[in-house]
Design a protein around this ligand. Structure first.
Ligand code: ADP
Ligand code: MG
Length: 257
């Protein structure tokens, strides 16, 4: 079994879910961990950010529709050293198509059971909603990581997200842990950013990771080059921050990487 299956979740878009999932996948892969990154967003940002320009084979859509085995959809990324289960635009249809299906919340969990032994970590990059796709991720996951953008007051959205997690624990996945909240895009020069960071740390003192991800131009540019920060700017502060976060993540997950 994979050591930990983590859903990167927040129903707000643009908070750093994809950046954090891709960067942590790359960080752990560089330490020799076996990592699978699953792109569960029809925008396919993780797929392109990880460097897969064009998806030629089956994708997460076919996996969820039970038209292909997950193993046949997974693409190894030579440069980044982790594996990717890519998404395409087609995934936007999955919502409607899954609506009448039996055990529709369990599709991803069941699919992943067939590949879990091949990985130490499985990361799921969620779409910006609390849709059936996100519920699939929360059902398949052992834990969640919640990226929070420091430029936007997040408490209302976080309260809704926490409610959803409570609902999922009550029915589909009692064991689901909250591994932590990650503060992203911190610009220490702005007062709002400092206030948001302080507010989140006050409300979630134990759950907020100590490592804060700075706003960094390298992180904004890397996706358009199809490279993780560890290829694009390995010596940057942003790379150092994500390396630290990977260490903290491993400690919280109780692992050894
Ligand atoms: P989400 O997946 O939650 O929608 P993304 O990870 O795609 O969010 O981030 C939104 C945008 O912000 C992307 O263009 C990304 O490149 C950029 N970005 C993410 N994190 C940072 C950061 N720490 N500094 C600068 N830009 C960032
Ligand atoms: Mg995203």
């Amino acid at each position: 079994m994979a050591h930990e299956t983590i859903a990167f979740v927040n129903q707000k878009g643009g908070v750093g879910k994809t950046t954090t999932a891709v960067s942590l996948a790359a960080a752990l892969a560089r330490k020799g961990e076996r990592v699978l990154l699953i792109d569960l967003d029809a925008q396919a940002n993780a797929t392109s950010a990880a460097g897969l320009g064009e998806v030629t084979g089956p994708s997460i859509y076919e996996t969820l529709m039970q038209e292909a085995e997950p193993r046949d959809c997974i693409v190894p990324l030579e440069e980044e050293k982790f594996d990717l289960l890519p998404a395409t635009r087609e995934l936007s249809g999955a919502e409607v198509e899954l609506a009448p299906a039996i055990a529709r919340e369990q599709r991803l969990k069941n699919a992943l059971a067939t590949v879990a032994d091949d990985y130490d970590w499985i990361f799921i990059d969620c779409p910006p909603s609390l849709s059936i796709l996100t519920v699939n991720a929360l059902t398949a996951a052992t834990s969640v990581v919640i990226p929070v953008q420091c430029e936007y007051l997040p408490m209302e959205g976080l309260a809704r997200l926490m409610e959803t997690l409570t609902l999922v624990r009550g029915s589909l996945n009692p064991e689901l842990r909250t591994l932590g909240l990650v503060l992203t895009m911190l610009d220490r020069r702005t007062r709002l950013a400092r206030e948001v960071a302080a507010d989140v740390m006050m409300h979630f003192p134990r759950q907020t990771f100590n490592t804060v991800i700075p706003r960094a131009v390298g992180l904004a540019e890397a996706p358009s080059h199809g490279q993780s920060i560890f290829r694009y700017r390995p010596g940057s502060r942003a790379a150092t921050a994500y390396r630290r976060l990977a260490t903290e993540l491993t400690e919280r997950a109780g692992g050894s990487a």
